[in-house]
Design a protein around this ligand. Structure first.
Ligand SMILES: [Zn+2]
Length: 310
């Protein structure tokens, strides 16, 4: 299987500044650590490396209101940082990073639809799944996964897209955008109760929440995901699977309270690979969301990529 690794140097330039004198957990080292680890593990050479283009305004508006998109563009400062939302900082380098992050999903869809036996992983920041139709939140500006899914639905041969979000936080932005859109099935596992305090009950029939408490380990998480999602996914028969790949449910990640490990991420990825092979010509587009312990993140991404390659 040919796996594209899509990123852009602009994604390194966005900064959330300092928190209590320490570097904000959503920082550029997340991406450099992934890249270093993939090289060290010998994974990097078998990936097809692509540069993320900038998403266009029309592509952003597949998931966001034009008013919101304009507000972001107009709020970017020439220098320094602006606190746009409680957890969203805007600086001059933020817009290029966010446009590349959203554009990576567009390029990933084009890549997997362009030939057979292709998948793609987007190593990007800022993440996207907390960004809703009219709002930025939780380090997220534009909803990269929802934009990719909606873009794919404009392409011939793509009538149904499954979005699977395994970040430890509920993808409230994605649910806000896709709830009630029957062309999309949104499967999301998340710690509950926890930030952003949403996801239950599901806001529409096409949203399948798996809400599990602090302290959840892999065996419980696997059983819950399998029960809630697998038969519904097979029945839905997606033409493409989009993954919101957040690795902050890792045991070593103190942004969340779960105890998942690399093998758990590999397990779900393998299950999605089987589903994609059965209904979606193998097509999977995966986009990085959270994951704030750089080493655990890098190892988890390596396990995810290895499973995608199979
Ligand atoms: Zn998260």
């Amino acid at each position: 299987m040919n796996v594209a690794y899509i990123t852009h140097p602009d994604c390194l330039l966005h900064s959330n500044g300092l928190v209590g004198g320490m570097r904000h957990p959503e920082n550029a080292r997340r991406l450099t650590q992934i890249q270093d680890y993939l090289i060290a593990q010998g994974i990097e050479p078998w990936l097809t490396h692509l540069m993320a283009p900038k998403a266009t305004r029309a592509q952003l508006c597949l998931a966001h209101s034009p008013e919101f998109v304009d507000e972001i563009f107009q709020s970017i400062p020439a220098q320094g940082g602006v606190q746009f939302d409680a957890d969203v900082v805007l600086m001059a380098h933020t817009l290029p990073a966010a446009l590349r992050a959203a554009g990576s999903g567009i390029a990933a869809v084009d890549w997997v639809l362009g030939a057979t036996a292709r998948r793609a992983f987007c190593a990007i920041r800022p993440p996207g799944h907390h960004a809703g139709r009219h709002k930025a939140a939780g380090f997220c500006l534009f909803n990269n996964a929802a934009i990719a899914a909606r873009y794919a639905l404009t392409q011939s041969g793509v009538n149904r897209v499954a979005i699977v979000d395994f970040d430890v936080h509920h993808g409230d932005g994605t649910e806000d955008i896709v709830a009630g859109d029957e062309r999309i099935l949104f499967c999301s596992s998340f710690q509950h109760p926890f930030y952003p305090h949403s996801g239950l009950p599901a806001s529409a029939k096409n949203c399948l929440p798996v809400a599990l408490p602090q302290g959840t380990r892999g065996a419980t998480w696997r059983a819950a995901c399998e029960q809630a999602w697998f038969s519904r996914l097979a029945e839905f028969a997606p033409d493409l699977i989009v993954i919101s790949a957040g690795f902050d449910g890792h045991l070593l990640d103190d942004m969340g309270g779960w105890g998942l490990v690399e093998a758990d991420y590999a397990w779900l990825t393998q299950a999605l690979v089987q589903l994609a092979n059965a209904t979606a010509k193998g097509r999977i587009v995966s986009l990085l969301e959270g994951g704030y312990d750089p080493q655990a993140l890098a190892r988890s991404v390596a396990a995810h990529l290895t499973a995608l390659q199979e």
